[in-house]
Design a protein around this ligand. Structure first.
Ligand SMILES: CC(C)C[C@H](N)C(=O)Nc1ccc([N+](=O)[O-])cc1
Length: 366
């Protein structure tokens, strides 16, 4: 199989698994199965993060590479007498992406119930109201049932999770569209990096984190446990190369290579990537002839920003995969960017030496 076929298959496999924050277990099982042959040590911590270690030539320093397994979604919060479900968000759900979508409700026993997100008909609302994006509290999930009893017979109860019902489709060239690319494509890139790399210089901890979408939580606890000396997150970033956006605001573009993060978050409140980590990634990309772009984005952040704050501080950076329409059921990206992100992550994990990592540390003055 070509790299493209293999990667597409992996992304299809990973994105079809429902796994909103806190309920990543289906993704976790798949990740464990896939990384087991390549890891020297492998465990799942109390929070559900998967940690796969590739032993280095020396074990004096630790690298951490993180990609999150969770996706955004909904929790069923109420079942109406007439069988409609109400829901609350898991993570940054954009209300404008929800209306008229097909969804899957996953019951506690694992039964998958199909539904659609509805709203009262436009004919019974005022014209001004029809212009507005409906709030989640106005929307409901229609699973085709006519009563609360019928819904309960399907096994649905409050607290069940809901995700978009969406396959991966191929678009023109290397472009694909689907749901949960944020961040199953980061997970796919790290799995591929593990497959392609040899023995690293220092111990490399590949961490598949939980609950990123609700506050970077799995990255926080796993970094505390690992105490990395340097860290990298692999996540999506905003590709805004679409009509209506000024070119000065095209933060990244599809097909121009993975993006090496300089800064993210509103007013740089997310991550200011460590300049030496940025320089190292740029050097590696140039050495291995991997196309790259620089990521300077005024919003969003990744696991790297919380890992950077672990204990007395960790030099951190991010390899970003440009993606359009993030947090929607029709995210779009370029497969070649994902493949090149895995090559860059593999180069980082194998070539970071003990000396280079030591050079990132502070110094004793007296
Ligand atoms: C475009 C972003 C970098 C994508 C990222 N996966 C994301 O959604 N990050 C994010 C960061 C922080 C929170 N939070 O604090 O709730 C949610 C999502």
């Amino acid at each position: 199989m070509s790299w493209r076929e293999e990667l597409l298959l992996l992304i299809k496999e990973l994105t079809q698994l429902p796994g909103p924050s806190g309920y990543e277990h289906r993704v976790r099982d798949k990740v464990v199965e896939l990384v087991k042959p390549y890891a020297d040590r492998l465990w799942i911590d109390a929070w559900g993060n998967v940690i796969a270690v590739k032993k280095g030539k020396t074990s004096d320093r630790r690298l951490m590479l993180a990609a999150h397994m969770d996706e955004i979604g909904l929790f069923v919060s109420h079942i109406e007498d007439d069988g409609f479900l109400r829901a609350i968000p898991i993570g940054g759900v954009l209300e404008r992406t929800l209306l008229y979508q097909r969804v899957i409700v996953v019951t506690r026993t694992g039964r998958m119930i199909r539904g659609v997100i509805g709203l009262k008909p436009p004919h019974v609302i005022k014209p001004e109201e029809a212009q507005k994006v409906p709030e989640l509290r106005e929307l409901f999930i229609d699973v085709g049932a006519s009563s609360k009893e019928e819904v309960e017979k399907l096994g649905v109860r409050n607290g069940d999770i809901v995700v978009f019902d969406r396959d991966v489709s191929e678009l023109s060239g290397n472009r694909i569209t689907g749901k949960a690319f944020d961040d199953r494509v980061g997970v796919a890139a790290l799995i591929k990096a593990l497959e392609m790399m040899g023995q690293p210089e220092v111990d490399a901890y590949f961490v598949f984190t939980v609950q990123e979408e609700v506050g970077l939580k799995g990255a926080r606890t796993s970094a505390y446990g690992i105490t990395p000396d340097v860290a990298l997150a692999v996540d999506v970033t905003i590709a805004s190369d679409v009509p209506g956006v000024a070119k000065s605001e095209w933060f990244t573009r599809l097909g121009k290579g993975p993006a090496i993060k300089i800064v993210d978050g509103r007013n740089a409140t997310g991550l200011i990537a460590h300049p030496k980590v940025v320089d190292f990634l740029v050097t590696l990309a140039e050495k291995h002839k991997i196309p790259y772009q620089l990521d300077v984005v005024p919003g969003g952040t990744t696991d790297a920003s919380i890992i950077a704050l672990n204990k007395d501080g960790v030099p951190a950076g991010t390899i970003s995969i440009p993606s359009r329409y993030i947090h929607s059921p029709v995210e779009v990206l370029d497969l070649e960017d994902v493949y090149n992100a895995s090559k860059l992550a593999a180069a980082f994990a194998s070539e970071a030496t003990e000396e280079w990592i030591k050079s990132l540390k502070g110094m004793v003055i007296k």
